[in-house]
Ligand binder design. Structure first.
Ligand SMILES: Nc1ncnc2c1ncn2[C@@H]1O[C@H](COP(=O)(O)OP(=O)(O)O)[C@@H](O)[C@H]1O
Ligand SMILES: [Mg+2]
Length: 327
């Protein structure tokens, strides 16, 4: 018999008026594993997390956390989950330590316990030096870490993180990723949502790709990459004006058509044979005397997967500046 999954959702549906946010979501997260729900703005990620965390009731379908029904027994479910949202929910006018002490008190710890737990969490977050400062003086990355810390205060076995790194600069994001990896190493079960392919790839055991309230693909990052059929040749021109020329030059080298991505300034081409394709490409480029900044064969990225699955433009790359939609 299969063990009880830590998070189980079946047939989840939710509409807001005429807007269908979730159109039937099935998810199963085993204890001690990480599921990334990957999707663009408006795909339904937050709605899903709010339902799993008992903040919102589904129109239909079931959610069970460690076997407990999230609709009928919300109080029990709340006692085993920690939630950190897309927008940090900490109080600006309190210090970092005061924020965490407050959360500890909400979990029923006494004053000394709450203080000890707050200091323990602050240490883990690397915020000990800033513990006595008002949160309004914190950077975005520090706030996000503190918010994550608040979700850890009750030592929940199940963590739900809704876009934990959206809006962070690359360095803060890398720090947050290490922190999350630490937590998962301790055996927590984690469901996180993200718009970042690299985040899913790096942190998740399994990835569910969500589009318009539906899961359009599910599997390990490796499986998803395999679905688009192997390795990819990638060339970056040294001069932006050469992009289209490069794409034309590489025609006929592989089984598929070269794809010129203007925004990323690169041409990609399926290259299942790897080395022969790479050498042939190098020869053609040299003969045509087009200066290139980079040429290589790589495994497919989740970006490629998304393009294949939806036929629309890829999600933005992780290194691009954040552009938050006004919701
Ligand atoms: N409270 C709400 N009222 C009306 N529409 C909503 C509400 N919450 C979400 N939606 C809509 O549901 C869809 C999914 O939203 P959301 O779950 O926030 O997506 P994501 O988190 O992936 O960006 C969107 O079209 C959004 O506009
Ligand atoms: Mg959201």
């Amino acid at each position: 018999m299969a063990s009880t999954p830590m998070i189980l959702a079946e047939g989840l549906q939710k509409s807001f008026g005429s807007v269908t946010a979730l159109a039937g979501i099935d998810v199963r997260v085993e204890s001690g594993t990480v599921l990334a729900v990957l999707g663009r703005n408006g795909a339904g990620k937050t709605t899903f997390v709010r339902i799993v965390s008992t903040l919102l009731a589904p129109d239909s379908g079931i959610v069970r956390i460690a076997g407990v029904d999230a609709v009928r027994d919300a109080a029990t479910v709340r006692s085993v989950i920690g939630l950190a949202g897309q927008f940090a929910a900490v109080d600006e006018m309190l210090t970092g330590r005061e924020n965490l002490k407050l959360v500890g008190r909400l979990y029923g710890l006494n004053k000394q316990e709450a203080r000890a737990r707050a200091d323990e969490v602050l240490e883990r977050l690397g915020l000990t030096d800033a513990a006595s400062r008002l949160v309004k003086t914190y950077s975005g990355g520090m706030r996000r870490r503190l918010d994550l810390g608040a979700s850890l205060t009750g030592r929940p076995p199940v963590l739900l993180l809704d876009e934990p790194s959206t809006g962070l600069d690359p360095r803060s994001r890398a720090e947050l990723w290490s922190l999350i990896e630490d937590l998962v190493g301790d055996g927590s079960t984690l469901l996180l949502t993200t718009q970042y392919l690299e985040e899913a790839d790096r942190l998740a055991d399994r990835v569910a790709v969500v589009e318009r309230g539906k899961i359009i693909a599910e599997g390990t990052p490796h499986e998803l990459k395999r679905r688009i059929g192997g390795d990819v040749l990638e060339v970056r021109p040294a001069r932006p004006g050469d992009l289209e020329r490069l794409a034309r030059l590489l025609r006929g080298l592989g089984p598929g058509e070269p794809l010129a991505d203007v925004r990323a300034q690169r041409v990609t081409l399926p290259a299942p044979e790897r080395v022969p394709t790479l050498l042939a490409a190098a020869r053609r480029i040299e003969e045509a005397e087009i200066p290139v900044a980079d040429l290589g064969v790589r495994g497919p990225s989740l970006d490629d997967v998304f393009l294949t699955l939806t036929g629309t433009k890829p999600l933005r790359a992780v290194s691009e500046p954040e552009m938050r939609a006004t919701a």
